[in-house]
Design a protein around this ligand. Structure first.
Ligand code: FE2
Length: 251
């Protein structure tokens, strides 16, 4: 694994979208079949067994577990995956969470032929980033941009005006055909595109003032897992590793 240098290639790329139904979180696997290495974005603790089995079944080595931000609605699977595979963890420096690698805006992540550019997209939290894969025309938007929605801005360091600016300046400036893969969906939608969201997102087709007003009046409930998820995710879930032995699940 190397940071900052990227190899441009569309060959040997494998991609999987995985779902956790309890937190409605998407985890993404990006692999280079030639190098037999892969990355997981936003793994969920309760789904580590599934993800670990899949990675092994595909004959891949997990090298990097990336988080888009310090999640409040689930405990990251990063710590457990590190224990199982020896992979490195990464999160933005601005998140304030612990990891092996601290990412900064515009930084390039390279693994085999996979190249991801870090785009700082704060507003849901200060440390939110999106990961843009130009070669594959895809972007992982975390909780900044959701399908026909966006991440809430009423806890952690949420700020609707900052979120609006992030989405307009960093995501809506990507090529319109770029496919959007968010960290969550609560209605069964799986992906969108930048152009679709620019046209149809009911919050983001509004002015900044109207957007701020909408976001400040969502009256959402207190996140169920926040009190255990935030302390756990500050250390990338390192202290939340089940005692269960996964040896038998390795294929
Ligand atoms: Fe979040």
């Amino acid at each position: 694994m190397a940071l900052k240098t990227c190899v441009n290639s569309k060959n040997h790329f494998i991609f999987r979208q995985l779902f956790d139904s309890l937190s409605c979180t998407y985890t993404y696997l990006l692999g280079d079949l030639n190098k037999k290495e892969c990355i997981l974005i936003d793994p969920v603790l309760e789904q580590v067994k599934r993800d670990f089995s899949l990675v092994n079944e595909l004959g891949l080595k997990l090298c990097l577990a990336l988080n888009t931000h310090m999640h409040a609605d689930h405990i990251t699977g990063t710590g457990y995956l590190k224990k199982l595979t020896g992979c490195k963890s990464a999160i933005s420096k601005a998140s304030g969470a612990q990891a092996d690698i601290y990412l900064e805006d515009e930084e390039q992540i390279s693994l085999g032929n996979i190249c991801l550019k870090v785009l700082s997209t704060p507003g849901h939290t200060n440390g939110c980033v999106s990961y843009y894969c130009k070669d594959q025309h895809i972007v992982f938007t975390g909780d900044a941009l959701l399908i026909r929605g966006c991440g809430r801005t009423d806890f952690q360091e949420g700020d609707p005006a900052i979120l609006y600016k992030s989405i307009y300046s960093r995501l809506f400036t990507l090529p319109p055909e770029t496919v959007v893969y968010p960290a969550h969906d609560y209605r069964g939608m799986m992906s969108s595109t930048i152009s679709e969201e620019m046209k149809y997102n009911p919050r983001l087709t509004k002015s900044l003032e109207k957007f701020v007003d909408i976001m400040n009046n969502l009256n959402l409930g207190y996140p169920k897992q926040i009190d255990k998820a935030l302390p756990a995710n500050r250390s990338c879930g390192l202290h939340y590793i089940p005692k269960e032995n996964l040896q038998n699940t390795v294929l």
